[in-house]
Design a protein around this ligand. Structure first.
Ligand SMILES: NC(=O)c1ccc[n+]([C@@H]2O[C@H](COP(=O)([O-])OP(=O)(O)OC[C@H]3O[C@@H](n4cnc5c(N)ncnc54)[C@H](O)[C@@H]3O)[C@@H](O)[C@H]2O)c1
Length: 255
């Protein structure tokens, strides 16, 4: 069964839609694992936690309209979403800052099913450099923590790559700048500070403290109307996460 395609996929997909594509991909993977070949928009919307109208609108940005009365072909839609969000490629992740959070992220075994693997671990502390870390997973791998002065060499041999910053806030901008200088174009930061990157670099920031404060605010100021705070939802406060792509280039930073 094939999907009805427009043949013209827009070049740009709204950021809010991009933020929901991983939800659809996760749901589709579960449906495929359960042996389902097709899924209706209602079922897929339920499994993804969005409304059917929202799902149909999001998938229309990909040129996927499904087939009336049949729904979506699970494998085709999985490939199409995977191609959009890069999970059909094998992405390498370099973690900078191997303290509590960096170590926990490094050992997380769930990346592989999403097309990511941890390729290198970096820290500035002489006490950590040279230490070995065994990553979890069906095929356990051991990586040696390398010094941050090696960052350019490490990144030079890896493509495509995502840099993950798990240092304290103070050194995070310097780490970010060095990742960018080394050629990294996608950065995920857990440091609770505002980072700036030049044009062409995508930055996502996760601030756990900020997320808790937002929830605490909403608990203290309850609303009677439904409020959806999930990523990409209308009320998600995504404006406080920082932009999906970079803000304007900083002075003195090459773009
Ligand atoms: N631990 C958590 O549960 C948690 C949760 C959410 C966010 N965070 C944030 O994540 C970051 C890390 O937290 P943590 O608890 O793992 O801290 P941590 O102090 O345990 O680890 C930070 C690591 O960064 C390294 N580092 C410092 N400067 C560096 C540099 N220039 N280059 C490379 N490495 C450098 C340090 O040597 C250290 O190993 C912080 O910004 C924190 O606010 C932590």
């Amino acid at each position: 069964m094939g999907e009805v395609l427009t043949g013209r996929v827009p070049r740009t997909i709204p950021d809010a839609t991009i933020a929901r594509l991983p939800l659809y991909l996760r749901a589709l993977t579960a449906l495929s694992d359960a042996g389902l070949a097709t899924v209706s928009s209602g079922e897929l919307a339920d499994a993804s936690g969005v409304s059917p109208a929202q799902l149909r609108k999001d998938l229309s940005h990909l040129g996927s309209y499904g087939v009336r009365g049949v729904g979506y072909d699970v494998a085709t839609l999985t490939d199409k979403i995977g191609a959009q969000i890069g999970s059909t490629e094998w992405w390498s992740v370099v973690i900078v800052g191997m303290g509590n959070l960096g170590s926990a992220l490094a050992r997380y075994s769930g990346y592989a099913t999403r097309g990511f693997h941890v390729a290198a671990l970096v820290d500035a502390s002489p006490a950590l450099i040279g230490q070995q870390v065994t990553l979890d997973g069906p095929d356990p791998q051991t990586l040696t923590i390398r010094g941050d002065d090696e960052l350019a060499d490490i990144v030079a041999g890896i493509h495509p790559v995502i840099g993950v910053i798990t240092t304290p806030a103070e050194p995070a901008q310097g780490v970010c700048d060095r990742l960018v200088e080394a050629g990294v174009r996608s950065i995920l930061s857990f440091a609770p500070t505002v980072l700036s990157v030049p044009d062409g670099v995508a930055l996502r920031a996760v601030d756990l403290g900020q997320e808790l404060q937002i929830l605490a605010y909403h608990q203290q100021h309850p609303r009677t109307d439904p409020l959806d705070l999930r990523p990409g939802a209308d009320g998600d406060g995504s404006d406080v996460h920082g932009p999906m792509t970079s803000p304007p280039a900083r002075e003195g930073v090459p773009s």
